[in-house]
Structures are given as structure tokens and as C-alpha cells.
Design a protein around this ligand. Sequence first.
Ligand code: FMN
Length: 229
Amino acid sequence: MTAFDLESIDRLLTTTKAVRKRLDFARPVPRALVAECIRLGCYAPNASNAQEWHWVVVDEPAQRKRVAEVYRGILVPRVSQMLEAKLAVGDEAGAKISRSILYLADHMHEVPVLVIPCYDVPAALRRYGTLIADPGPYGLSTKMDSGMFASILPAVWGFQLALRSRGLGSALTTAHQLDQPAMAEVLGIPKDWFQTALIPVGWTKGDDFKPSPRKPVDDVIVWNRYAGN
Ligand SMILES: Cc1cc2nc3c(=O)[nH]c(=O)nc-3n(C[C@H](O)[C@H](O)[C@H](O)COP(=O)(O)O)c2cc1C
């Protein structure tokens, strides 16, 4: 027996998805609500409970425009190319996702809130007691290891679930990572905070989200020992 309402919880887990075309650009999102969802996300597991994260929240219109410009500049040429390649091989499902991604990019500045969860890489390295062995491409280490990713992405997903439970939609995007220094400049953040995502947040238009296609669970489980194909 459990105290949870499994029907609601299962619906939350299966219908929290990338919302791009159904974000309401006109309805403001209260700061307190965003803060509450970040607070809930922060209950996620993270190494040594060190909580080496910083959640940069952008809701001021001129600043959203700057962030969106960086995102668009990186994403649009690449995804446009991907769209053409998908159309050339008749991959309609793939083309649909690319079109949706391009739509979001075109409208990113209109999304009420943009959240950039950052991971403080030097803080983690200090905790490890290691020196920055590899200074990375920007002179300071922005290199994330698997433990660092695992110490922030569960919190990001918890944040997205909390948003959905309150009628807000979001999408995990990472395209801007190809030019993190440009985004760091706009945000005024240290260049060695790794920007794990750029998450647009807005009220959803309607609530009737269907689960996205996923492989059957029996196709993805390996019981006890992998026997090959
Ligand atoms: C690592 C990663 C990077 C992603 N990057 C982008 C992105 O740059 N832009 C975007 O619109 N969606 C992005 N997505 C969202 C995926 O396209 C989406 O999760 C996937 O198509 C499955 O759809 P669903 O989440 O709606 O079920 C990303 C997702 C992940 C996990």
C-alpha cells in the first residue's frame, strides 16, 4: 500500500515531455512558482550532497532576447541542416522533431522564463581534492565528468516534473553548449560553470499531453546477464 495517487504520479511521469509549440508566451510566470519548482528539484541525489549548482533564471525581456539570440545562432543552422537530411531519407518522425525544435528557437525570446542550471566545476574539483589537470578549451576547466552530470541532471528533471505538476511546460535543450562562453558573457556568470541546459518555461496551452513514443520496456531490460543479440 502506498499513500501516493499512482494514477496521477504515473501520468506526471509519462506526460512530462518537451513542450515547445504549446507554451503560452502571453501569460507571465510568477517568480515564486519558478523558485518553488527549483526548490523541489534540489531534493534530487547529488554527490556528497555538495549541491554544486547555480540556477540562473532569466525573466527580463531584454535579457531573454540576448539569451535567445545566442541559442538561435548556434542551433538554427545545424538543425536546419538536420531537417533537410531527415527529409531526404523520408524520416517524417525525425523531421517533425526538427521542425518543433526550430519553432522553439524562433520563439525562444518570447518564452516567459529561461532557466540555465549551472554546475560549479571548480567547486567539485576542490571537493575531489584534485588539481585542474586539463584546463579545457577556455583556459579554465569546464570539463564535466560523469559524477558531475549525475549530480545535476536528476535535479533538472525533478524541476521539470514539478513544473508540469503545476501546469507549466518546459523543454531540456543543450544546443547552446557549443558556445558556452558567449552565453556566460550574456549571463555574467563564471566561464567555468558548466551550463547543463537551457530550459524554456511557460504555462502550457491545455493539459491533454499524450506520452511520447518509447521502446517497449522488455526491449530495454537486461535481466542478470547480457546474452548478446
Ligand atoms: C541531451 C539532450 C539535449 C536536447 N537538446 C535539445 C535542444 O537543443 N533543443 C530542443 O528543442 N530539444 C532538445 N532536447 C529534447 C529532445 O528533443 C526530447 O527530449 C526528445 O525528442 C524526446 O521527446 P520528449 O521529451 O517530448 O518525450 C534535448 C534532450 C536531451 C536529453
